[in-house]
Design a protein. Structure first.
Length: 594
């Protein structure tokens, strides 16, 4: 028995925390209090105008005759209807505006958060799911505020006002009607809790399905080339089927709530007509009182339905908000902590660096070597040896579990993340290109103004000016999603031009020429030579032909440094490197041709 009580107490505390969290999220959006207050005031005016109409009709019915019809009486009724319409329309607009403001605030917070979350967060969460949090989950909150909050506020006023006036008209008949409320609440509360669980599951599945859609549509060429349409169709069908199941569960709850409320309201209407008719016949109630009573009941029936919808939507919004809160609660990168890096032209030293993803086998194990300033250091080795992970540690996307990376005598974590990353220029095998113009991509990430001359000079040094100016739109040419309108070599050279404009002190090249044809590779190699002059350069390469002239070559194998030296030194001392060289460079013996 004690265990059950503890479980109930735990659920109650969790529910309380959830409601507080939901309220806190809405409060953090800084809702426009004046606009909200005016909207609610106008909603109350709308409701009060509606409450006056039955009283005016009561007097009309009780003294009904052609002689009793007066222009003033009809005018008052018309004025009440007009006031109700105008106040209701303005209230709806103001509440919608407030809802859009609050949801924009939530989306703004989410977007700001997503941009400062560390890379490990994106390793664990699909992009499509994250996008769904930003769009679908926040839209549920918008619907609650814009579409249902006004009905909830006016509904409460309408019910309170109607019940008060009904008690004045005939308290006995009112008490008979109110006896149905406890029975209704007994059924509605469990249904509301169930709706919350269903809504939470629906939002999760919607996010997962969005993740699948995003992944497949982003890689649609791979899907078609691999003939995987049927496989992806089955995967998509699975997600659709799950969403369909949640939709049916939600529909079943709605199917129970709607008819239940209709049954209760119709029963109350029958009671009023039957019992009220008897009281009119006995003379205890006038015909006008009965008409007013029926109109007030109608004014209760509609708000009860609206309040029911509000409670249902509130449960949905609470479920959606929990996921938003989870995202907002994630640890973020600290961009300002530390001192500003002022002299990046110093040796970078890796001392005993060990790293593993999520406590698996180490990808890097006790790595030690030095990157000399102004020199070229190449990292070579078999696929999966940890080369790209090493770059990620240097970019501070991850922290090593053991060891330290220093620049000069200080750990790189001593310096602010902003100043550290601004000192790094990165060119990868798949040079990232964003949808937009060529100009947008070259100047991407720069907060200062870039002149046309500066832009063209960077393109010239990157050997990109000729192909750019051959386009009809020149630097204003749209490149398409992920640069689909450009060739691999063109994307690489735009990436190099971008790096040249950043003027980094530390340059990181990740397989920058490995996927290019010989003509493109020639131009990219020339552009890279321009870019590397006077900079501390770290190069990842599978092809030894691109790094044989490096000042130092570090050989990584299974996450360990198994050799360092120049090309000739490793040919003499490192058996696996010699095998690589013989296989790729067709070298016989231990000498090399430059």
């Amino acid at each position: 028995m004690n265990i059950k009580n503890k479980e109930k107490q735990k659920v109650s505390q969790q529910t309380s925390v959830n409601w507080r969290t939901f309220y806190h999220v809405l409060k953090e959006t800084r809702p426009p209090k004046l606009t909200l207050g005016l909207a609610i005031f106008l909603s109350i005016v709308t409701t009060l105008a509606g409450l006056i109409v039955p009283l005016l009709l009561k007097g009309l019915v009780d003294g009904f005759s052609e002689a009793s019809l007066s222009a003033s009486h009809i005018g008052w009724i018309g004025a009440a209807f007009l006031a109700q319409a105008l106040a209701g329309g303005l209230s709806a607009y103001l509440l919608n505006r407030s809802g859009q403001h609050m949801v924009a605030g939530i989306r703004r917070r989410l977007w700001s958060k997503l941009l400062v979350l560390p890379v490990p967060y994106y390793d664990k969460n699909r992009t499509g799911e994250t996008v769904s949090r930003m769009t679908n989950d926040t839209n549920v909150v918008r619907t609650l505020i814009s579409d249902h909050l006004t009905n909830f506020a006016t509904g409460l006023v309408a019910i309170a006002g109607s019940v008060t006036l009904m008690l004045v008209l005939d308290w006995k008949m009112t008490l008979v009607l109110l006896s149905a409320l406890p029975v209704t609440m007994f059924v509605m509360i469990p249904l509301g809790r169930k709706m919350h669980r269903i809504s939470k599951g629906l939002q999760d599945e919607t996010a997962k399905f969005s993740g699948v859609l995003n992944q497949v549509l982003m890689e649609i060429r791979l899907v078609k080339l691999s003939g995987s349409e049927k496989i992806e169709q089955r995967n998509g069908e699975g997600g659709i089927k799950t969403l369909y199941g949640f939709g049916l569960k939600e529909a079943r709850i709605q199917a129970m709530i709607g008819p239940l409320m209709s049954f209760v309201m119709m029963a109350m209407l029958v009671v009023i007509i039957g019992y009220g008719g008897m009281r009119v016949a006995s003379g205890a109630l006038s015909a006008g009182d009965l008409v007013a009573f029926i109109l007030y009941l109608v004014q209760i029936i509609m708000p009860v339905g609206q309040i029911t919808q509000f409670v249902t939507q509130l449960q949905k919004a609470r479920g959606a908000t929990e996921r938003i809160v989870d995202t907002l609660g994630e640890a973020e990168e600290d961009f300002a902590g530390g001192v500003v890096l002022e002299n990046p032209q110093r040796p970078i030293t890796l001392e005993g660096v060990t790293f593993a993803y999520e406590e698996k086998e180490p990808v890097l194990d006790q790595v030690n070597f030095v990157i000399d300033p102004g020199k070229v250091t190449a990292i070579v080795g078999p696929s999966g040896s940890g080369k790209t992970t090493l770059f990620s540690l240097l970019e501070r996307f991850y922290l090593p579990q053991e060891g330290v990376i220093r620049i000069g005598d200080e750990p790189i974590s001593t310096y602010t993340l902003t100043s550290w990353r601004s000192a790094i220029g990165y060119v990868s095998q798949e040079s990232p290109i964003l949808a937009g113009t060529i100009r947008d991509n070259i100047i991407y990430g720069l907060e200062r103004e870039v002149s046309d001359d500066e832009l063209k000079e960077a393109a010239r040094l990157a050997y990109a000016d000729q192909f750019i100016e051959a386009f009809p739109g020149s630097y204003n040419t749209e490149v398409g999603e992920r640069g689909i309108k450009l060739s691999g070599g063109q994307r690489q050279r735009i990436g190099i031009a971008r790096a040249l404009l950043r003027n980094p002190s530390i340059l990181m090249l990740d397989e920058a020429t490995s996927s290019l044809d010989s003509n493109s590779e020639k131009y990219v190699q020339l552009a890279l030579e321009t870019l590397m002059k006077g900079r501390t350069t770290l190069v990842i390469a599978h092809r030894l032909s691109t790094v044989i002239n490096a000042d130092r070559i570090v050989f990584l194998d299974n996450g360990k440094v198994t050799g360092t030296g120049t090309h000739e030194e490793l040919l003499d001392t490192h058996e696996l490197y010699r095998e690589f060289a013989q296989r790729q460079l067709h070298i016989n013996g231990v000498t090399s041709e430059r």
